[in-house]
Design a binder for this molecule. Structure first.
Ligand SMILES: *Cc1c(COP(=O)(O)O)cnc(C)c1O
Length: 370
């Protein structure tokens, strides 16, 4: 027999696959038409009808390779963000790009810095690249941004071996964020050769006054990389499109490892159309904000600790009841996300649903917690 685990390169040997949560296909079968899916931070308002239409048109040319350059989408993104196409690399979801940054820039002798309770993909990316992961402690649970990124701790985790840092703003699974002024000061203190990836997967949802996207800092900081996705506020999780914005030289190196047709034709068309549908985006963002505030208020009224969130999910503390609550919710056909894998065995991450979905969740929780 071949021991494939041992045959793998060192970084892969100790690696465990990304945990996507419950087997949703099996659960959908068990709860036909009634499953409430609040486990994956998908958009409760669906994709733009214009994106669906564009994908349907692209379907007529399914036998043709997609544009390997993704030119139309890149030009639309360049206009949207006020950057050049040479500042953009497209990914099969931003997950792909997050993995590739470590693959490209961090090797066995290097360190990658991320935060405790940061998005799980950062640790996977570092480990797969064979690099050492240096985890900075997060803010404590009592902080105004419970378990959120501590920028000072992240700075302190930088060593002479650090090549790359991953920050999420806002962060998943905590929902917390850091302010624009704090980040500007942080970036000024990071050594110029250390690459800083700021994952802004939820940026479109944000309206906190102190928040600022890192995008305007790109021009002055060649070591800054910002990732975005069409999976969340744009509602295209099934299409798999994300992108990174960075210095053209950084993008050029990333292009060397990008598989030439990594974003498929349906996804390219859908993303471009979704980007052009500001009305649909705004409706999803507004609906989410309203429902998030209502859901958080209802949960807090029961005495539950709910972390502040600028995303489409809430991190909720259930303490010793967490596992039981989760199991009881599943039994009732309501999927939320256990986050024990993040070291948060006392919390559940709950995607903000539609008013109807949240009502079903609250009715079930009321019974379970009674
Ligand atoms: C959902 C999410 C992503 C996006 O993943 P895609 O591969 O673009 O679907 C990236 N980062 C964070 C923090 C996320 O929550």
């Amino acid at each position: 027999m071949i021991d494939f685990g041992q045959l793998a390169v060192p970084g892969i040997r100790g690696l465990r696959a990304y945990d996507p949560g419950h087997d949703l296909v099996a659960l959908r079968r068990a709860h036909p038409a009634a499953l409430v899916e609040l486990g994956s931070n998908e958009n409760s308002y669906g994709a733009s009808p214009r994106a669906q239409q564009a994908a349907a048109v692209a379907l007529e040319r399914l036998h043709v390779y997609p544009d390997p350059l993704g030119g139309d989408l890149k030009r639309a993104l360049a206009r949207h963000h006020g950057v050049g196409v040479e500042n953009i690399v497209l990914g099969n979801g931003s997950h792909e790009l997050l993995m590739q940054f470590a693959q490209v820039f961090a090797g066995p002798d290097d360190a990658v810095v991320a935060s405790q309770f940061g998005f799980a993909v950062y640790a996977l990316a570092a480990q797969a690249a064979g690099a050492t992961l240096a985890l900075a402690p997060a803010h404590p649970a009592e902080h105004a941004m419970p378990r959120g990124h501590d920028l000072d701790a992240l700075l302190a985790a930088i060593s002479s071996r650090t090549k790359l840092m991953y920050l999420a703003n806002p962060n998943n699974p905590t929902g917390t964020w850091f302010g624009g002024e704090a980040f500007t000061a942080f970036l000024a203190a990071v050594p110029a050769q250390v690459l800083v990836v700021v994952d802004e997967a939820y940026a479109e949802y944000v309206d906190a006054a102190d928040y600022a996207s890192a995008l305007p800092l790109l021009a002055a900081h060649p070591n800054l990389i910002v990732t975005r996705t069409f999976s969340k506020a744009y509602g295209l999780a099934g299409a798999r499109v994300g992108y990174a914005l960075a210095h053209p030289d950084c993008i050029a190196v990333m292009e060397r490892v990008r598989e030439s047709f990594n974003v498929n034709a349906l996804a390219l068309a859908a993303a471009e159309a979704a980007l052009g549908d500001a009305v649909h985006l705004q409706a999803a963002v507004d609906g989410n904000r309203q429902q998030r505030e209502a859901l958080a208020a209802a949960l807090r009224a029961w005495g539950l600790a709910v972390a502040p969130s600028q995303t489409n999910f809430l991190l909720v503390e259930f303490g010793l009841e967490t596992a039981r609550v989760e199991a009881e919710l599943i039994r009732r056909g309501i999927v939320v996300r256990p986050v024990a894998g993040y070291g948060l065995a006392d919390c559940l991450r709950i995607t903000v649903g539609t008013a109807e979905e949240n009502a079903r969740l609250l009715v079930a929780l009321g019974t379970i917690l009674a």
